[in-house]
Design a protein around this ligand. Structure first.
Ligand code: SF4
Ligand code: SF4
Length: 372
């Protein structure tokens, strides 16, 4: 059995109210594990430079409360991540985390070096951030957000940030075409890193076309904490009114013997939301395998640019793992033949100019075949 602590917190992140909530969750879940001089790596969601009101990154005051808790225990906190867009220091500055932590004895260290770790079949040895694997204590601080490719990004998905720099798009290219395979990779990374605790920031969450600036902030006023990352993800699905297995990482985790929905104890009151807006997700591919290539190219939702919002900054074409985006004068051009539908470009666009749209042919075909 795993316990998930669910707590309400004011949606304005009032620190006087938030701090005791975080301290209580930390004490209840892992208090005894944190020793004097423990080297603690904290991994917030630092996807891209964005102010807290955009709900793209973990809120600075959640990070601050965790850091203060650790310093009270005499531990040595280090904040680390490998953002998809921009340097970690740029994300920390823009998000207000540097300001919030001013005067606190904390180290900032972007994940730069990796070590090979055997995560088992079919991936075998993959390179994961050395600091994440070697920490005495690893604290995972995800943000509750929608995700155009994976439905939601919660505790398990946040750990993809432990794959360093350009290895991330490389993995998208290898596993991202097949959502189940990508979910399997995420579950195995979670197992390798094995966070000591996960605290999820669901106070100002994101709905719609997340996880980047195309998503819409949504006040939920909820914080969750657990030693079990998968258990948190399952409980979030329940809160949002969907079956836990709708989130593929939960489904795969269940098949691989991790916690199941009926093995979770919820400590606290779990709100029930029935109007949360999920991104429209069509199956990446469906039907007979020989037709998958054609379907991906012509039927599956594709990234589309709002040219009035695009600043031609190059974020998308520099990150695209399939090299499917090119600058074409005053607007970007997609090569949908090459595009693998990983939607990373939507994630990294700093101006919210990209979103996923299903093709008309795709919509008609799904209706005819009665595929949801
Ligand atoms: S779509 Fe976004 S990331 Fe791409 S060039 Fe335009 S503003 Fe930059
Ligand atoms: S164009 Fe966007 S969705 Fe397509 S492969 Fe590139 S990053 Fe992924």
């Amino acid at each position: 059995m795993s316990t998930v602590f669910v707590r309400k917190s004011p949606t304005d992140y009032n620190y006087q109210a938030l701090k005791p909530v975080i301290f209580e969750i930390m004490d209840s879940a892992v208090g005894g594990a944190i020793q004097k001089n423990s080297r603690v790596v904290i991994k917030p969601n630092l996807l891209a430079p964005a102010t807290p009101d955009k709900a793209v990154v973990t809120h600075p005051l959640i990070v601050k409360a965790v850091v203060e808790y650790l310093l009270d225990k005499g531990a040595k906190p280090q904040i680390s991540d490998s953002p998809a867009s921009g340097s970690m220091m740029k994300v920390l500055k823009n998000s207000g985390i540097i300001n919030a932590l001013e005067g606190l004895n904390v180290e900032y260290k972007e994940f730069k070096t990796s070590i090979y770790f055997d995560i088992g079949k079919p991936f075998k040895k993959i390179s994961i951030a050395e600091d994440a694997l070697n920490a005495d204590i690893f604290i995972n601080l995800p943000k509750l957000k929608t995700h155009t490719q994976m439905l939601l990004t919660l505790g398990v998905k946040n750990l993809f940030g432990c794959i360093v720099g350009l290895k991330k798009p490389e993995w998208h290219l290898r596993a991202g075409v097949d959502r189940e395979m990508f979910a399997g990779l995420l579950v195995k990374i979670q197992k390798a890193v094995s966070p000591t605790i996960t605290i999820l920031d669901g106070i100002l969450a994101m709905e719609g076309q997340g996880p980047g600036k195309s998503g819409k902030p949504r006040k939920l006023g909820v914080v969750m904490g657990s030693k079990d990352t998968v258990a948190i993800d399952i409980v979030v699905c329940r809160m949002l009114g969907i079956k836990p297995d709708n989130l593929l990482t939960n489904k795969i985790a269940g098949e691989e013997g991790f916690i199941k929905a009926d093995e979770i104890i919820i400590n606290g009151h779990l709100p029930e939301l029935r109007d949360f807006k999920f991104p429209e997700i069509t199956p990446i591919v469906f039907g007979p395998k020989r037709a998958h290539g054609f379907m991906r190219r012509h039927l599956v939702q594709r990234p589309v640019c709002d040219n009035s919002a695009c600043k031609m900054c190059g974020g998308c074409w520099n990150y695209c793992p399939a090299r499917a985006i090119k600058p074409g004068g005053i607007k970007i051009r997609f090569d949908y033949e090459k595009c693998i539908r990983c939607y990373c470009c939507i994630e990294v666009c700093p101006h919210g100019a990209l979103s996923a749209h299903e093709t008309i042919t795709g919509k008609i075909t799904r209706k005819l075949l009665k595929i949801k």
